[in-house]
Write a protein that binds this ligand. Structure first.
Ligand code: PBG
Ligand code: ZN
Length: 318
């Protein structure tokens, strides 16, 4: 077995998995309360952008060779109904428009937790998120994002029937060509901690366990993905990636539509901090990215996209 391991060239020649920038998506936070880009305290090297800096950042990404972004908006005003989420001139709609104008593929995260004052992913009835009232609003949000120029709508709220509701809303507003990337198997994970800092979306009471999945379940993830496919998802997702590679692999074996994986904020911060402090060697980053593609992802949403672009790891070694 060692014959094909004798040089980097030979190792590259026979490698089964390559990291390709076209397959990476950079998540981006645009925060209406900011005046300048600000580093996220719990995510070293990752910034939240003020609305006016989006153009420059979009150009920077393009010049680095990054094609795809997943946009999150953080509004300056929140209320129980999350009305800013479907404001045609809301923070995410404006950011989507700018990224699209700069030629990036714009995926719009669709959720309400950044927009509600209680921080839950939908509207409340008593103290729980009301499923069917919420998915009606998801339809409205999807249409506002598509009108702003989003190329892909990515619902992350884990409401039942959300994909169907969004598909119908898009179709009836003339957006039958806009694909849906469904956060299908999204677990109630501690790995979202740093994101909630950036998105200011920590629930003010309770947690998300009544809508996001129980980490103990893998078969249930298959049911979630099957349902989303029936409802019309074009791309399904497993999230987080690192602790759920088994789910990703199983999805790869069963389904033939594109599968995305989301390497979430906690994965990023764990690895980034370990590398920055010298606890792990820098190659831990590409080893991590490789593990997700090796498990079967077609698309990887990762905060390391810029790092990988800078490293030139997508290029052929000469
Ligand atoms: C909102 C949403 C979350 C993430 C993506 N969309 C957080 C959550 O469910 O609390 C997590 C992303 C990350 O941690 O990088 N529904
Ligand atoms: Zn949410």
């Amino acid at each position: 077995m060692r014959r094909l391991r004798t040089s980097q060239e030979l190792r590259d020649l026979v490698s089964e998995t390559t990291i390709n920038l076209n397959k990476l998506v950079m998540p981006v936070f645009v925060d209406e309360t900011l005046k300048n880009p600000q580093e996220i305290r719990s995510m070293p090297g990752i910034y939240s952008y003020d609305p006016d800096s989006v153009d420059d950042y979009a150009e920077k990404l393009r010049n680095m060779g990054i094609r795809n972004v997943l946009v999150f908006g953080v509004p300056s005003a929140k209320d129980p109904m999350g009305t800013e989420a479907y404001n045609p001139e809301g923070v995410s709609q404006k950011a989507i428009r700018k990224f699209a104008e700069k030629g990036l593929v714009v995926m719009a995260d669709l959720c309400m937790c950044e927009y509600t004052d209680h921080g839950h992913c939908g509207v409340l009835k008593e103290k729980t998120v009301h499923n069917d009232e919420t998915i009606k609003l998801y339809g409205k949000i999807a249409v506002s994002q598509a009108r702003a120029g989003a190329h892909v709508i990515a619902p992350s709220g884990m409401m039942d029937g959300q994909v169907k509701a969004i598909r119908e809303a898009l179709d009836s507003d003339g957006f039958s060509d806009t694909p849906i990337m469904a956060y299908s198997a999204k677990y109630a994970s501690q790995m979202y901690g740093p994101f909630r800092d950036a998105a200011k979306s920590t629930p003010s009471f309770g947690d998300r366990k009544t809508y996001q999945m129980n980490p103990s379940n893998a078969r249930e993830a298959i049911r979630e993905m099957e349902l989303d496919i029936i409802e019309g998802a074009d791309i399904i997702m497993v999230k987080p990636a690192l602790f759920y590679l088994d789910v990703l692999k199983e999805a790869r074996n069963r389904f033939n539509l594109p599968i995305s994986a989301y390497g979430v904020s906690g994965e990023y911060s764990m690895i980034k901090n370990a590398v920055d402090s010298g606890l792990l060697g820098e190659d831990a980053i590409s080893e991590y990215i490789m593990s997700v593609f090796r498990a079967g992802a077609d698309i990887f949403i990762t905060y390391f996209a810029e790092y990988l672009a800078q490293k030139g790891q997508h290029r052929v070694r000469v």
